[in-house]
Design a protein around this ligand. Structure first.
Ligand SMILES: *[C@@H]1O[C@H](CO)[C@@H](O)[C@H](O)[C@H]1NC(C)=O
Ligand SMILES: *[C@@H]1O[C@H](CO)[C@@H](O)[C@H](O)[C@H]1NC(C)=O
Ligand SMILES: *[C@@H]1O[C@H](CO)[C@@H](O)[C@H](O)[C@H]1NC(C)=O
Ligand SMILES: *[C@@H]1O[C@H](CO)[C@@H](O)[C@H](O)[C@H]1NC(C)=O
Ligand SMILES: [Cu+2]
Length: 200
């Protein structure tokens, strides 16, 4: 009796508390703002594309710059010519869910430049770790394939540590990023060492 009364009281409240989170896409360079949102079922993520030609595309945590599956969430390219374009994603659960921008223009790969977004990241799978994983791909793949599909991450070729062509994105915040790339680079190096250890 008491339970059902409580439930009946809570349900409308839960509905009333549903939140629409507006995420600006491209408002200051290659970014989602905010870059991470914690939301509950019933909430909506409203991606408001304000500049250029970006996407919001679902990936996995482990493979940040590759579309999760052919049917994964994907806005497609949202070319902004006259005012914002909205793409709304309803939130159905509290599972961590990962997104990136699939745009590649010349040598500038938006995802590998850190243009990623996290829905409900966890203590173990953080936005920062996801972003670092995306940026580390810039070091391992020198040239993206010409097709629209992002090049698969080439797993460790320890000898080629050139990484000369890191795309520099104009207008993106670089202070924290440099540090994260450094960390990811160190991880890569130790990974390569492990690999070499296994082979040799
Ligand atoms: C948006 O970007 C995609 C992928 O680079 C490109 O194919 C498309 O032509 C662009 N749209 C416009 C209107 O420039
Ligand atoms: C896009 O979303 C924003 C933020 O929720 C809203 O203010 C605006 O009216 C929406 N624009 C359109 C065209 O739906
Ligand atoms: C929630 O479900 C709707 C309807 O099936 C789907 O369009 C949307 O992509 C889902 N949201 C997430 C974050 O998976
Ligand atoms: C998070 O990582 C810690 C330490 O590695 C582990 O003990 C814990 O089970 C993990 N939690 C989840 C939810 O995976
Ligand atoms: Cu983009």
């Amino acid at each position: 009796m008491r339970f059902s009364t409580v439930a009946a009281t809570l349900l409308p409240i839960a509905g009333a508390l549903a939140t629409d989170f507006t995420v600006l896409v491209g408002d200051s360079g290659l970014d989602y703002n905010p870059s991470s949102v914690n939301a509950v079922p019933g909430d909506n993520l409203i991606f408001s594309f304000v500049a250029k030609n970006h996407t919001i595309t679902q990936s996995s945590f482990a493979d940040p710059c590759t579309k999760l599956s052919p049917t994964a969430i994907d806005s497609g390219f949202m070319f902004v010519s006259d005012g914002p374009l909205n793409f709304t994603i309803p939130v159905n659960d509290t599972n961590p869910t990962w997104f990136y921008c699939a745009q590649i223009v010349g040598t500038v790969n938006h995802c590998q430049s850190g243009m990623v977004f996290a829905l409900n990241p966890t203590a173990n799978k953080t936005y920062d770790a996801f972003k670092a994983a995306a940026q580390s791909l810039a070091n391992s793949s020198s040239s993206p394939s010409s097709s629209g599909a992002p090049a698969p991450a080439s797993s460790g070729s320890p000898s080629s540590s050139s990484s000369g062509s890191t795309p520099s994105s104009s207008g993106s915040p670089n202070g924290a990023r440099g540090m994260q790339v450094g960390t990811a680079g160190a991880l890569l190096v130790s990974g390569a060492g492990l690999l070499a250890g296994l082979i040799l």
